[in-house]
Design a protein around this ligand. Structure first.
Ligand SMILES: [Zn+2]
Length: 448
């Protein structure tokens, strides 16, 4: 079936996005209640664990323990089968990260994989994908990775022209195919899409115009967006799907979504934002940790998964008219380095570097410790050759914008910030996914 045919309103991909707040809340609660009953009934692990479910409370899951990535690992194959709701082999095993030994795995029944296409297509539709588009899929494939294959499936169902490159195709081949078939969209993680475009531009962009970039898998920064727009003429840049392979699609962007903000797939995934310091749900637009309960995952039901991202609800309605609630992501809880008494956020570094037009957003932030003192080291990829002055200028800009850091540098309890401008493709990437390693705590790694 063509997923576009489910459209019921010109603005909406499906009816769910148009439902008002009150009816929405009652339908979500009904779905959640049914899901919790399913878990208690079908998965022995949950029988007692979910006893505290309160269907009448505004926060029905507040007394239920949080599921961490480590807990989840202990409950699924290859370690155990405790989380499986049925004895079946009708599923696909994916990996969800992990760098040593057997990868962390996650199981999707084949029915669940089909269901995933709805969330996926809803996001692509909201980001302006049309059936006339010609899409190069550059997502990661192989090694039990999930994204490429379900983007591929969704594109087929969506009904647009589909080019399954993956992240393994040589740039000159992408260049040739893009020109021959007039490919006008790329989908992939930002660093892979950017690297493909940069490589293609060295071969000449005559007759090539990528108008839409659909990214996912990692955050995009202003410097990347500026490069895509100004250097490559991209007009639409957005994330059709935010989610994790341990949970589900959690949110999606629309054409009105600023970087980092998403509409929630609240029909599929129950979301909480929880202030772990105060031990309560946030109120208003307060910041907390994101917990997700993917109500549609039934083979290995997962309740209150701690995603690891910080987030806040947005109270103003979106200009696009969609009624699905909105949230803003504020980076990984662990995208922060403690330098002396200052907590330096990766986003902050990106914001500073974005002021320097000639630099890319391909940046790594490191914490090092030399002679008992912390040092913040920043690596930035650039083609610019004017290194020495620029590096010092950026280091000064970082220091001057952080009073705590500045004081400690002055008192010599922390080393001055060091910025290295390096050649393109020299910062370390995850060898399997191609994802940039953005934050590195050399001190912690030494003690592992
Ligand atoms: Zn919107």
């Amino acid at each position: 079936m063509n997923l576009l045919s489910q459209r019921t309103h010109p603005t909406f991909h499906d009816h769910w996005e148009a439902i008002g707040a009150q009816e929405r809340q009652s339908l979500v609660l009904k779905h959640l209640t049914e899901f919790i009953q399913f878990c208690r009934h079908r998965v022995p692990f949950y029988k007692d664990r979910l006893e505290g479910f309160q269907s009448q409370s505004p926060y029905p899951l507040k007394d239920i323990p949080v599921m961490t990535s480590d807990t989840l690992r202990e409950l699924v194959p290859p370690i155990s089968y405790d989380l499986l709701s049925e004895d079946t082999r009708d599923y696909t095993v994916f990996q969800s990260g992990g760098t040593t030994g057997f990868p962390k795995s996650t199981l999707f029944s084949h029915a669940e994989l089909e269901l995933l296409n709805l969330g996926n297509a809803r996001g692509f539709f909201a980001m302006g994908l049309s059936a006339d588009d010609r899409v190069g899929n550059l997502f990661a494939v192989g090694g039990l990775y999930m994204t490429f294959i379900h983007i591929n499936r969704m594109l087929q169902q969506y009904g647009c022209m589909n080019f399954p490159f993956s992240n393994h195709t040589a740039v000159d081949f992408i260049h040739t195919a893009t020109k021959l078939y007039n490919i006008n969209c790329f989908a992939g993680i930002t660093s892979v899409v950017l690297s493909a475009l940069r490589g293609m531009s060295t071969m000449g962009m005559d007759g090539i115009q990528i108008k839409k970039v659909f990214y996912g898998g990692e955050h995009i920064y202003e410097a990347d967006k500026i490069e895509l727009r100004e250097k490559f003429g991209v007009e639409v840049i957005g994330a059709p799907g935010y989610g994790t392979v341990d949970t589900w699609y959690i949110g999606y962007q629309c054409l009105h979504s600023p970087t980092g903000t998403f509409h929630a797939h609240d029909d599929q995934c129950y979301i909480e934002i929880f202030d772990e310091d105060e031990n309560k749900h946030v109120s208003g637009e307060g910041v907390g940790m994101l917990y997700a309960t993917p109500m549609v995952r039934r083979l290995t039901p997962i309740v209150r998964y701690r995603v690891g991202d910080r987030a806040q609800w947005l109270e103003t309605p979106c200009e696009c008219g969609r009624q699905t609630p909105r949230f803003r992501l504020l980076g990984r809880g662990d995208d922060v380095l403690r330098i002396g008494y200052d907590s330096v956020d990766y986003n902050f570094i990106q914001t500073i570097v974005a002021q320097f037009k000639e630099l890319s957003g391909t940046i790594q932030m490191q914490k090092q410790r030399v002679d008992g003192r912390d040092q913040l080291v920043i690596l930035i990829e650039t083609e610019s050759k004017n290194h020495s002055h620029l590096a010092q200028q950026i280091a000064d800009e970082i220091t001057n914008n952080r009073p705590t850091l500045r004081d400690h540098v002055k008192k010599q309890t922390v080393w001055p910030v060091h910025v290295h401008l390096v050649a393109p493709h020299t910062i370390e990437r995850n060898v399997r996914t191609g994802k940039l390693i953005r934050v590195k705590d050399a001190v912690q790694e030494k003690h592992k």
